[in-house]
Design a protein around this ligand. Structure first.
Ligand code: ADP
Length: 548
């Protein structure tokens, strides 16, 4: 017997309509070139409908891929809704990929038109000649009157976003099948070519509901949200879609994500909730200290290993610990969130701090399990045993766009292999231990770079630390640490090794600690471990023995 409930469409249009019809008075602040523009939901929603009409005018068919190459801005937010609600697919192109990868993802997705921030034209223009599917480019004027490079785009029609929107009438949206594609993002390609993840209307809708849950990000009408996670990567953690549907106000930061600017935006706009990768929170902390941040209820952090000390630094210095979230491009991305339980309030500060070094519990709609890597053998959920973290759920990828079945990211029984190594306790609390691809194998024994990094960053003179495995003639790989000192501090290798040796066996210690000005980062602010390995690959070429 079937249930007797309505077939209610789980679509981006449904999310849009809720924002449009209930919250016309709410505000969206968009920052570009140091200038802040404030728009109401009502005006923004009108522009969304005009933009959808403009796509018709440009002759972009349904299901076509529309690329965006942009910072977090109100025009990008227009695209987040106009493109899927009108039946097209928004491909958010990661602006920080290498040029060959940018043309790879544009060609692979088959983008027909690209909406680009004027400030990013110098990055996009050189790749366009190798992207034959792109027939039109729409320029979004964000740079406050920078040089006009449009003349370089031979053979490609160039339009101005604001002119296009102003001169087009608003349209009504036609129904869209909830299983059809709404958005696309490519993985950042830390291992191999970027792979296309295709989000459906249904998955975006369900993910927005999940992001609104009180034990997840709790996105609601009372919020003013500053998404620092880029809209060109994993849908800015689903914040734009959830925020509009729930009527939260938004502050869209544009391109300047420096510590002082981020702190200023939080303080001046009385931001309630914000989300970013660890590097952002490391640089913002000194600028938040001593200021009025009482509006903040949640600082979410994830996307890369979060230093163990960071959350405590926030708690002791500004009164609010950061909260971890875990996910991947393939998981939309919210899959686990580290919101402490009610009875955790009875624990000591130290015990709660320890819990916060975990990524938390899988959110409703996502199931997680641990298996022995390369097998389907279950690993106990006892908080100690480690295994590969695997997930399944309604907003978890079932495959990659245009990629053969053999390269499926799923196990034979349908779970997504994440490549992350974790423990899980009896209450479902997940703690990431490492990434299978980053683990170091020395003399047949595994060494965890994440543990070493955490302990190094626990040292007061260390601002950032990243550990990689580099080839060694005898031990196959040995750990090498790159350390950025806190300005004005003069810690040396011997002191850091003695600091580490209280927690690690001698053979686990890095043979070498290299002091650097900065650690190379990937397109989305994670330590660029592949690049670091390349940089230091000859470090131990001459060595014979460092173990013993
Ligand atoms: P890529 O693997 O190409 O960097 P993603 O940006 O999708 O692509 O990154 C997902 C990965 O980021 C996860 O598999 C995990 O290794 C890492 N990650 C995400 N959140 C966290 C977190 N809170 N702590 C540690 N690592 C995280």
């Amino acid at each position: 017997m079937n249930g007797l409930m309505q077939d209610y469409p789980l679509t981006v249009h449904t999310l849009f309509r809720r924002g449009e019809s209930n919250f016309g008075h709410k505000r969206i602040t968009s920052v570009s070139a140091g200038h802040e523009a404030v728009t109401t939901y009502a005006d923004w929603a009108d522009d969304v409908r005009r933009l959808a009409g403009a796509l018709d005018r440009l002759g972009i068919p349904r299901s076509a891929r529309v690329g965006s190459f942009a910072w977090n801005s109100i025009r990008h937010l227009n695209l987040y809704f106009a493109v899927p609600a009108s039946g097209r697919v928004l491909h958010c192109i990661n602006i920080r990929l290498f040029p060959e990868q940018i043309s790879f993802v544009i060609n692979h997705a088959g983008d027909e038109v690209i909406f680009v921030d004027e400030s990013l034209l110098p990055t996009l223009i050189p790749v366009l000649p190798s992207c034959p599917t792109v027939k039109q480019v729409v320029v979004m004027r964000d740079s406050g009157g920078a040089a006009d490079c449009h003349s370089d785009m031979r053979g490609i029609a160039v339009h101005d976003f604001d002119d296009l929107v102003r001169t087009t009438n608003p349209v009504e949206f036609e129904p869209v099948d909830e299983w059809s594609a709404a958005m696309m993002c490519y993985t950042s390609g830390t291992t191999g070519d970027p792979k296309g993840v295709v989000y459906s209307h249904r998955s975006v809708f369900l993910h927005s509901m999940a992001a609104s849950g009180v034990d997840t990000l709790g996105i609601g009408e009372a919020d003013r949200i500053l998404p620092l996670v880029p809209m060109f990567h994993a849908n800015a953690w689903g914040i734009p879609h959830a925020a509009i549907a729930q009527g939260a106000e938004l502050v869209l930061p544009g391109s300047d994500l420096s510590g002082p600017t981020v702190a200023d935006l939080i303080v001046r706009h009385r931001v309630t909730m914000t989300a970013g990768v660890p590097t952002i929170w490391i640089s913002a902390l000194p600028h938040l200290e001593g200021r009025d941040v009482t509006s903040l209820r949640l600082i979410a952090c994830g996307g890369a290993a979060v230093p163990a000390a960071l959350s405590e630094d926030y708690r002791t210095r500004i009164g609010l610990p950061i909260q971890q979230a875990w996910g991947m491009t393939e998981t939309s991305p919210l899959a686990a969130v580290g919101k402490l339980d009610a009875d955790h309030a009875e624990l000591s500060d130290g015990e709660r701090a320890k819990l916060r070094t975990g990524v938390g519990r899988p959110v409703l709609g996502v199931e997680a399990r641990l298996v022995r890597p390369g097998t389907l053998d279950a690993v106990a959920h006892d908080g100690v045993a480690t295994g590969e973290l695997q997930v399944r759920g309604s907003w978890i990828a079932s495959g990659y766009y245009g990629v053969e079945q053999e390269e499926s990211p799923l196990t034979d029984d349908g779970w997504l292999r994440t490549g992350d190594v974790a423990t899980m306790d009896e209450r479902g609390w997940v703690r990431l231990v490492d990434r299978t691809k980053d683990l170091i194998k020395s003399g047949g024994e595994w060494i965890s770079p994440a543990d070493l990094e955490n302990e190094l960053m626990n040292h007061p003179a260390v601002a950032e630390a990243a550990v990689v495995g580099v080839p060694h003639p005898r031990w196959s790989e040995r750990p090498l640490a790159c350390v950025v000192r806190v300005p004005g501090q003069d810690v040396g290798e011997a002191e850091l090794l003695s600091h580490l040796s209280t927690e690690f066996a001698r053979w686990q210690l890095p043979d070498r600690i290299v002091f650097v000005e900065s650690i190379p980062k990937t397109s989305v602010g994670k330590f660029a471990k592949r690049e670091m390995r390349e940089l230091h690959r000859a470090a131990y070429a001459e060595c014979s023995d460092h173990h013993a």
